[in-house]
Ligand binder design. Sequence first.
Ligand code: OXD
Ligand code: MN
Length: 623
Amino acid sequence: MNQTMLNRPQAPAALAALPAITAWVEEIAELTKPDAIVWCTGTAEEREGLIQQMVDSGTLIPLDETLRPASYLARSDPSDVARVEDRTFICSLNQDDAGPTNNWRAPDDMRATLRPLFDGSMRGRTLYVVPFSMGPLGSPLSKLGVQLTDSPYVVVSMGIMTRMGSAALELFTPNTEWVPAVHSVGAPLDVGDTDVPWPCSSTKYISHFPETREIWSFGSAYGGNALLAKKAFALRIASVIARDEGWLAEHMLILKVTNPRGRVFHVVAAFPSACGKTNLAMLRPTIPGWSVETIGDDIAWLRQGFDGRLHAINPEAGFFGVAPGTSNATNATAIETLWGNTIFTNVALQNNGDVWWEGMTDTVPDHLLDWQGADWTPSSATPAAHPNSRFTVAAAQCPSIADDWDDPRGVVIDAIIFGGRRATNVPLVVEARDWEHGVYLGATISSEQTAAAEGTVGQLRRDPFAMLPFCGYNMADYWAHWLKIGQQLRATSTVPRIFQVNWFRKDENGRFLWPGFGENSRVLEWILDRVDGRAASVESPLGLVPTAGGLNIDGLDLPEGALEKLFEVNPALWLDEVDGTEAFFDTFDGRVPEGVTRQLGLLRGRLQEAAAAKAHQGAQTNE
Ligand code: OXD
Ligand code: MN
């Protein structure tokens, strides 16, 4: 690279005091050899300039200005459509610290692999320096990072998803700890090469170095592979920082709920990817007097405050939501949020210049361009929108956003919910007996595979705390950390109650037993009435469940017997489930904490008792 030709605008004044950042940018530029370096400021002019550049290059297609103002469609390369979990690595010094649920590479090996890939990888492109804050600017709960990327699509998306630019950069001091994140699409341009709308590489590495708290991502421009503030920083690296600093970085949405008496609650909820977190985060209650407001839809950072209580912030500033299935019936608030200023990726394009995806409207348009730009009609064999197509939009644009969503002190958490996607066995709602039992419930979340990550759709996978692809260290140590946080909270304060929910249980004909969506407010009502001391519960082998008539189903047209089936516990099936869980725990080579194995033993004991009682009852009825 000819240094004199390198377009190097004055680095921001704030950097004079931050030689570490400038030196690092220089070092990465020397390695990746971009044609230019741009320090991103996060202004509207900068964003508009980048958007115009991407419209000119064909990366972004402007949508109809009256139907979807200031909004764009991006079509990715068909090989770059989701997070690539098999290309995601935790490069801790010891393999045991990554644990059996992560792909591990020794840091030196990974560095040796990455160096030649990044060498010259930004040739012909611009290196953008993107400083950002995860969490409200200046909050003691927030953390800073800098992403270097050669993708303008990533810069504009980071501008929506984080507090990005000069305001974040001004918060850095020489003593600030910050997370460096290097990203290249891995598609250098040599003289005479023409660019493609979605440059990427068939070689992909999404690598995390927990000890040095670095992220290096190569080859993809899609979602969590490339917007490194999200899963890579706010979950994988942040979970390690949180372990060391005594807090929690979680794959959880955050809600503010007000009951008919005006009491305000805050709730966090963990669900595996694509289980409707955004729908729950924007829920419109169907029961009178309750209101739900949104604080976050994907990630929560939780930390004990000076008051001893557990506080949460949403470290993000936007939503990167799954589009298919989002409609006025399933999530009217999301539809309203997406009125404009939105980047859509891999959805279909209507003839009128607006977007469309499966489930968006009852009537399917006669003609569309599908997510790859090909003609599509209702008789086409493939979906018009990619199942993992997304919208990227500012949280502040959401009509249900809570006024305290960016409170630097965070919000005080009253209840923690763990949800899976289970057709069988798992009841609609169960309350944990205590924190330790709650940790067991979190550790045993499982879900049928979805489109957010590559893999076989429909397969059941264990997804502890919905963190399987996001925990930056050994999952068993993470459970121990949760137990420790419980002790820490118990010592000084009331501990949030923990619940397990499952909206997805089906009957023997494969039909959902519970209507879900807005009706999930009925489950929130029971949960928060429990917190408020207003609802009774009964023991089940799995935990505490509503008393007969305790769950408000007024006005709900549930099929005959559905409620019983939603709470049915079959001890024999559950004993098999417990055996499966034990086999899963065994993969951790004795690292599962005692509290979690104790809960497994207690559950097994309760199920054996229930099985014996059932056998006894059966014998009596046969007499
Ligand atoms: C997401 C995911 O994109 O969990 O939020 O995959
Ligand atoms: Mn997620």
